[in-house]
Design a protein. Sequence first.
Lengths: 297, 802
Amino acid sequence: MKNISLFIVIVLIISNLHFSCTKVEDIVDFPIKDPKLTLNCYFHPDSVWAFSVSRSLSVIDNANLSMVTDATIKLYENNNLLATLTSAAADQRYYFYGSKPKPGNEYKIEISHPKYKSISAVETVPQAINFNVEKFKIVDSSTYYDYWLQKSVGTLKASVNIRLSDPKGEKNYYRLICYYYDSIYGGVINQVWLESENISVEKKYPNGLLFSDKYFDGNSYEMNFKFEDYSFFSGKTYYFVLESMNAARFNYEKSIYLYWDSEGNPFSEPVQVYNNIDNGYGIFAAYNSKLLKYYVK
Amino acid sequence: MKYKSGIISRKILSKEFIFILLLSTLLCQPLLSQKYTISGYITDNESGEKLIGANIFEKYKLQGTTSNAYGFYSLTLPADTYTLVFSYLGYSTELRSITLKSNLTLNIGMKPGIELSEVEIVGEQTDRIEESSQMSIVKIPVAQIKSIPAMFGEVDVLKALQLLPGIQSGMEGSSGLYVRGGGPDQNLILLDGTPVYNASHLFGFFSVFNADAIKNVELIKGGFPARYGGRLSSVIDISMKEGDQRKYHVQGSLGLIASKITVEGPIVKDRTSFIISARRTYLDIIAQPIIRLATSGDQRITAGYYFYDFNAKINHRLTDKDHLYLSVYQGDDKFYLNSKPRSYLFDGVLYTEQFKANLGWGNITTALRWNHQFNHKLFSNTTLTYSRYQFKVGNEEQYFSQVGSKVEEESYIIRYFSGINDIAGKIDFDYLPSPNHYIKFGISHIYHSFHPGVSAFKINITNVVNIDSTIGAKNVYAHESAIYIEDDVKLTANLKANLGLHYSAFYVNNKLYHRPQPRLSVRYLFADNWSFKASYVHMQQYIHLLTNTTIGLPTDLWVPATGKILPQNSQQFAAGVASTLREKYSFSVEGYYKTMNNLIEYRDGATWLNTSADWQDKVEMGKGWSYGMEVFAEKKSGKTTGWIGYTLSWTMRQFDNINFGEPYPYKYDRRHDISVVVAHKFNKQFDIGVTWVYGTGNALTLPVMRAMAQTDYYYPGYYSEIEYFEKKNDFRMAAYHRLDFSANWNFHVGSADATLNLSVYNCYSRRNPFFYYFGYDNYGHRVLYRVSLFPVIPALSINFKF
């Protein structure tokens, strides 16, 4: 509200000034770029291969973005053709069930379509990194008895330390999230708010802690963060997930959240969303993960 | 015998003669090699104003010097008889014959403006561009600035500088200066030795400098002498007039949007003088009736904008060797929007609401200076300065509800504040031991106070909530010191050099930065009137300006180097040739290469509005480089004067986390920049001025494509549409070009001189781009719009002087 008010003030004032200035608007010839294929695909050793292919449009093209359901997708594993997909399923995505991504393997995707230039991307599945919760110190917990749920519910704030062993000699990127299943609402996954002042953590991302091994390459590293759950109840199980990923997904995650955070604000710097697709747009990114259950009494 | 005696006598005579000759020579030797110094002040004979950079040389031996920033000169020569020549552009040359047998004080009052045939200004072309050891330096006489056509008739010092090669304006109408690929924070703008942090009114459409109060403008864009430091790209040294020491004058102008008045004169004749100058716009007064018509009754609002400048200076001669100067400047810009309280009755309750909004920024500068002449060779200037820049924006909303005598209030007050204050002291010495050396040395210290963006909130709802809080960056305090020495030395008849060392240090939050910065420029004369020049400088800057690339606003923040954000530094190489042709024309071609490190820019997605985040977390550090060639041809005297300037340049930036680490063109990377400035005097009554400028369009970041992006991989079927900006600054705005014209009719009204000025800005109404945005046309198609601000703008103003 505060920022919006300031913004309104300034807009009003500037508008007042320009009211007295002659202003001319001309439509400018803007180069229209040909549509390109867009691929969205995250893959994980436990996931089924799923590809979403759509077409991009020029920023001044009013047509709707649409899925491309008749592209030809070729998937390679360590340069060996793994699958050829030619039509999408009912949900407009392409699936391959023949095998799952394997850690350490390189996967290349090539997508072609008669109307668009072919696109491609390459990614290697990172290894999962072990970690453990070294400390879970409750800082604040305030609960009340919910008669409908027939249990104590409330807020839980904790200071948590995890330790992980970072592989040496390679650039590693991570995301730490924590979630729980909301059994009251049919098992919906809800995420817990995590925040950290740690120097290696990229801040301001709502979904977990994004960080790299820039400051602890090859070392065992202990990281502290704040943990806040506003739907706590006694006897809840939390799932800590440490995802390991490559630079592509790390840069994409950072940029896409920045983009949404600043969208519509004329005083924000433009945000370039990361893209690792040759001749196209989107993201083709591998990740791995380790899961740790943590029960809070 | 006699014969023998004669022979003997001749022998004795020869030896004696030789001995006497030798003895005489030995005795006379001290007399022959004894040197004495002539020193004094060069002033305007009518007003007593000191003349800066006047030339003094011996007519036959051609040894000479120039007057310093306070009109002082010193020339040491062997004992002999000389003819000294004193010259200054726009003044008649003075000759003095002297017999130098002891140190001599010789003050010269120079008569302004010879006019041959009553129209042609002739100045001795002794300020020859090829003579100086310094390169990349330009001095524009204020009279020439006043002859350049101006927007709304408002003569502008910084806009005149933008017409020089290597110096670019930012965007349409802006007074910002971008020098050899540097940013707007990299210019040290000095007003009587005091830094001015924001030299712009009305978002940069005008500068804060009132040309009627200015005596001298000098710009250095490379080859910086060691006495300057603290900024990477340029030094703009502006000196105020001191005030006429002999007669009172009043001059002023009445224009379409602003008027100004200057009063100067002696307090004690030939000892103490003053000058006071003021300027104010009246856009707010003009707009009031229009706004009143547009908003009436309960909806009535008052709104407006104005800016003002106030300059004042007192100049006092304590003794023949001591002068005191006190100068002050204050200027502000203010927007305001106030609503009339609006009341209405509903359901037995009387409701009243009112709102106010304001936005303002401004500078205060103060300088107290003491000149002291120790002896004929040593001169000092001691300066104490205070500079303050601040920016404020505020919004107040108040709602009252009244039942009977019971009143409840709901009010929301938001205020944002940022600024910078400096308190500084420095001592500079000029030491001229001989005609071959001009040594300057000195020391300075600045105490900075930074206020990098604070928001204050007050929310008061009767009996419900009362919040009064402040968020934002804490004030930061820093010390900046510097020491320097330089020598302008004549090595041989053809080779001259300016060698110097500037050493500075910066202490902030227990962090110390320091660096020696070598400075070198050389000049080699070949042929009669050609010289080759080269320079190398290393510059260090301890403060940064955070500037939003989307729209230029006075919200730009001055911030210090910190433990996390390093000082910026640069190295610049330049080389070129310069010549004076046919005594009237000067010509130069210069090439330069400049690298800059530790530049800062807002990160992707960052905004100055978010004061809850530390500014250091909103920026990236990176580097930049710029190279190019500048051609400058000028005619300084005659009925027709002016110049042509052309710059061909490339300017790039590279930040690891911007544009995915790839180099990209700087926003103000301008491949070609051309300016043509011509002034012609037909006769004493009528003269005209024409300027034409051309520049390649600025670089801009625009989205090119729309595509689907996965919203969250936990919910794979959900996508959002996003816009892709493929590369930063890969779109070019349309080229900028503009023709301006002005005409002056000079006449007398009683004892007063008056000038009617007609100026036409943008004569062929070129629709120069101001900004671009995506919108929809009348058919609902998405299109890219280009907004242009100023079409042809004629203006009339009347200037008077008596």
